[in-house]
Design a protein around this ligand. Structure first.
Ligand code: FMN
Length: 330
């Protein structure tokens, strides 16, 4: 049984990738994830804001060395709240590379092109096998158009791609108006793959204290359905790789993501909740399913349920939508 896959041009022994999260913070946890079957690991993000703070601090230090310390600390009030500084991030990456034999993907997280993008070169020098670019943003300004946001993302991608030789993936939001067009444009402009999708932080209201409460809920398999739909739509059109990022909790979820066209799945909530060994049943279940359905390799089964053979995917989606609504009996 051949479980290997190629993701971002990297040969992986299976499609199981650990998504960007605190899971790689501890070397021992990262090692146990590798032992349990993870085929690659994405580090948690290094943020544009962190890098720019550090770059300003360095610039200020060079210009006015005598005042640099006090000015710098007052300029960056929340700097210490980040998990790692850009420098310690690079050191962590070097340590992960030494400790693990699987690829380590660094994650850069920012909103628009800028000097922070140069950091990609340092991540490459530190041994990153690839870079995942997360362009998380919520357009709250009514004057900001979708086109403006997508142009920024495209320019950021171009800047990173021209800075490094390693592959660059883009982690996308599901909320683009014409996702198929945007994803193929990213593909044409050098993205080695796209990750579907970013999960948005969704604060809640506490109606007793009248406060906005930050909430980070771990996923469930329910989140897979949105990914399955877009994997199926995009899979016939992209030259690069597709990762299913979110909602993988069982072997069945994994099989579905592969059938829809994923080259890899990124998993976070499951091992965060149940530990590294929670990956084992996913691999075992995939092997069992492949045996039962007479598939010899992951490559053979990938995309067999995508929309390649559907003559009119838009009509197909619309027809299913109408059928589902009409099918409900009160
Ligand atoms: C605690 C936590 C921290 C995360 N940190 C990052 C991050 O730094 N960068 C990023 O791109 N995604 C981050 N994510 C999102 C995950 O990479 C992933 O996209 C998401 O959790 C969906 O996968 P899952 O359904 O298996 O949880 C984080 C998720 C969690 C739960």
């Amino acid at each position: 049984m051949n479980l290997s896959t190629t993701y971002l041009g990297l040969k992986l022994r299976s499609p199981l990738v650990i998504g960007a999260s605190p899971l790689c913070e501890n070397l021992d946890t990262a090692y146990r994830l590798e032992e349990a079957g993870a085929a690659a690991i994405v580090m948690h993000s290094l943020f544009e804001e962190q890098i720019e703070h550090e770059q300003h601090a360095l610039f200020h230090h060079l210009e006015t060395p005598a005042e640099s310390h006090s000015e710098a600390t007052s300029f960056f009030p929340n700097y210490n709240e980040y998990r790692l500084t850009p420098e310690t991030y690079v050191r962590k990456l070097e340590r992960l590379k030494k400790a693990l034999s699987i690829p380590v993907i660094a994650s850069l997280n920012g909103r628009r092109p800028g000097g922070w993008v140069d950091y990609a070169r340092l991540l490459e020098s530190a041994g990153a096998d690839a870079i995942e670019l997360n362009t998380y943003q919520l357009a709250t300004d009514p004057n900001t158009s979708g086109n403006f946001i997508e142009t920024d993302i495209l320019e950021t991608l171009r800047a990173v791609v021209s800075t490094v030789k390693i592959p660059v993936a883009v982690k996308l939001s599901p909320f683009h108006t014409a996702l198929a067009q945007f994803a193929t444009t990213l593909d044409q402009h050098g993205a080695a793959g796209v990750v579907l999708f970013n999960r948005f932080y969704q604060p809640d209201f506490d109606i007793d204290t009248m406060e906005v409460v930050p909430k980070l809920k771990l996923s469930t398999s329910d989140e897979l359905l949105l990914r399955l739909r877009w994997l199926s739509i995009l899979s016939p059109h992209l030259k690069g790789s597709l990762a299913c990022g979110g909602g993988i909790h069982t072997a069945e979820d994994l099989v579905k993501a592969l059938l829809a066209g994923a080259h890899a799945v990124q998993i976070v909530s499951l091992p965060l909740e149940y530990g590294p060994r929670a990956l084992v049943p996913l691999i075992d279940g995939l092997v069992e399913w492949m045996n039962d359905h007479e598939y010899r390799s992951v490559d053979q089964l990938r995309g067999t349920m995508n929309l390649r053979r559907c003559p009119n995917p838009e009509a197909h989606e619309r027809a299913n939508y109408i059928k589902v609504l009409q099918g409900w009996c009160a």
